[in-house]
Every structure is written in structure tokens, then in C-alpha cells.
Design a protein around this ligand. Structure first.
Ligand SMILES: CC(C)(COP(=O)(O)OP(=O)(O)OC[C@H]1O[C@@H](n2cnc3c(N)ncnc32)[C@H](O)[C@@H]1OP(=O)(O)O)[C@@H](O)C(=O)NCCC(=O)NCCS
Length: 256
């Protein structure tokens, strides 16, 4: 990683807020409304500062950010939760409060800032998480992965989408491909990884769309259709992710 320098938020607390503020700029507005994230994010920047990091280029500008949380996992595919991202975030915080020692690191977010995308930086973010896991003696990097092109195919079930491959045999999806190239195994779909509820007015303001009747809608940036219920004045988006696992040490291997 010759051209980039990695700093954790613990090493550079003076720039943690700046790094954190860059992330929302790459997401559709509705993705910033996850209730688990919004209730718990402060733990990342405070108690888990050693597991949050950013990459700086040669001019010291922040070009990418990685967020992760240490959790416990026994190596069994069955125990990776269906509520993927939300569940792992809640577990990490609960373990902290109960004093339970973690065994693995879970990825939460990888962001390459807009003007820096497409230069191969995403692998450096994953490498950062792998190295931080190793430094802390954690046996694996687990990741509820959000495939970056799935939003172009919202009608395709995730189980089918993750099997799409290019002629060279690598995953069709660019972000799954990066993880795969870096040694990750695809384990299974986390069907209810995030839950984003909102009133119709919320959804209209988040998306710029109108929802004149109840039903399912294709919303730009969403991986699956979003369900709107006018009687309940409720729109709910359930985001599926894909559990992938990078083995870090021989002490924890994925059961197969
Ligand atoms: C997903 C993301 C992290 C990728 O980072 P990046 O540094 O731009 O990606 P890279 O340059 O390393 O490219 C990785 C792969 O994606 C491909 N790719 C990059 N941008 C692409 C695009 N707009 N369309 C299609 N493929 C693209 C690259 O060609 C490369 O594929 P390859 O294996 O064939 O070489 C970045 O786009 C991002 O921050 N997106 C918003 C947040 C997000 O979705 N994070 C991931 C989930 S937490």
C-alpha cells in the first residue's frame, strides 16, 4: 500500500469526525435511516475507535474509510445471523457492555470517497480490516456484504444474483468479486440484514418519489423492492446482504 497511509480513529482522533462525515455522501438517503446504526454509531467512534480507520493519499486527504466491530462467532455457517448487519452491530455493542471477549471482526462499512472510486482502493480497505483483525488476535473477518450492483437488479432474488458469474468464473458483482479475490468464502444470504421503516412522507423525502397506492416499488439504490402501506402510513425496506468470511488465523476455520 505504498501510496496510502492507514490511520485508525484511535490513532488520529483529530480526524475521526472528518472521516465519519465523508461516508453519508456515498449512500442514498434511505440507507442512512437504519435504526440499529443510528442508535449505536457512537460506540464505533468512541469505544471501538481502534477498529475504525481511514486511508490518506500522499497529500494527506482522506480517500477511503473502513468501519468494523469485533464480535463472537463459532465458525459455523448456521450461526451467522439472518439479520446480518443489524444483528452483528447489536451483538458487538452487547458484548462490549457485558465484557464478552470477541473472537472475530465483522466488517460494517467500506467507503471510497466519490472522486477516488474506480482506482482499486476498495481492496486496500478490506486489507485494512484483515490486518486490524490479525493485530487484535481475531480469527476471521466476517462481512455482511452489500453487493454494489445488486440495485440494478432489484427483481432478482439475492440467492440467484450471487451465483451470477463472469466468463472468467469470477463473481459478476464487482464488490463480491473484490472480497472473493481477497480470499473470502461466500457463506449464505442474510435476508433481513437491515430494516428501514419510515412514513410515506419520509420515503417521499428520502427518494423524491411519490407512492400513490399500496404495493411494492423499485427505489433507486435499493437491493429489493420497498413495500408501501398507505393504510398504515408505513414504508418498509428490508435489505438482504451476503455473508462472506475471510479466514485470518488457523484457530478459526469455517465449518463446511
Ligand atoms: C463499493 C466501493 C467500496 C468500491 O470501491 P472502489 O475503490 O471504487 O472499487 P475498485 O476501484 O477497487 O474496483 C473494484 C471492482 O469494482 C469494479 N467497479 C468499480 N466501480 C465500478 C462501477 N461504477 N461499475 C461497475 N464496476 C465497477 C472495478 O472494475 C473492480 O472490478 P474488477 O475486479 O473487475 O477489477 C465504492 O464504490 C463505494 O464506496 N461505494 C459506496 C459504498 C459501498 O457500496 N460500499 C460497499 C458496501 S459497505
Amino acid at each position: 500500500m505504498s501510496n496510502y497511509t492507514r490511520y485508525t480513529f484511535a490513532e488520529r482522533p483529530d480526524r475521526a469526525e472528518e472521516a465519519d462525515a465523508l461516508c453519508p455522501t456515498v449512500w442514498p438517503e434511505f440507507m442512512l435511516q437504519d435504526l440499529v446504526a443510528n442508535s449505536n454509531w457512537g460506540y464505533l467512534t468512541d469505544e471501538f475507535a481502534a477498529f475504525q480507520f481511514f486511508l490518506c493519499d500522499e497529500s494527506d486527504a482522506i480517500v477511503a474509510v473502513g468501519n468494523s466491530i469485533p464480535v463472537t462467532w463459532d465458525g459455523s455457517p448456521e450461526t451467522l445471523p439472518n439479520r446480518g448487519w443489524d444483528a452483528v452491530f447489536e451483538q458487538g455493542v452487547a458484548n462490549l457492555l457485558k465484557g464478552i471477549a470477541p473472537t472475530v471482526l465483522s466488517a460494517l462499512q467500506a467507503v471510497v470517497v466519490s472522486g477516488q472510486q474506480g482506482k482499486g482502493l476498495s481492496a486496500e480497505v478490506i486489507r485494512g480490516m484483515q490486518e486490524i483483525a490479525a493485530q487484535h488476535g481475531l480469527g476471521a473477518l466476517i462481512a455482511p456484504v452489500r453487493p454494489s450492483k445488486k440495485s440494478d437488479y432489484p427483481l432478482t432474488p439475492m440467492e440467484r444474483y450471487i451465483r451470477w458469474a463472469r466468463p472468467d468464473g469470477l463473481p459478476f458483482d464487482p464488490w463480491l468479486r473484490v472480497h472473493h479475490r481477497m480470499g473470502a468464502k461466500t457463506i449464505k444470504v442474510a435476508h433481513r440484514s437491515m430494516k428501514i421503516p419510515g412514513s410515506l412522507a419520509d420515503w417521499e423525502s428520502w427518494t423524491g418519489m411519490r407512492f400513490p397506492e399500496s404495493g411494492k416499488y423499485i427505489v433507486p439504490g435499493a437491493l429489493n423492492p420497498v413495500t408501501m402501506n398507505l393504510e398504515k402510513n408505513l414504508g418498509v425496506y428490508i435489505e438482504p446482504n451476503v455473508w462472506m468470511v475471510h479466514e485470518i488465523s488457523d484457530r478459526l476455520t469455517v465449518d463446511s
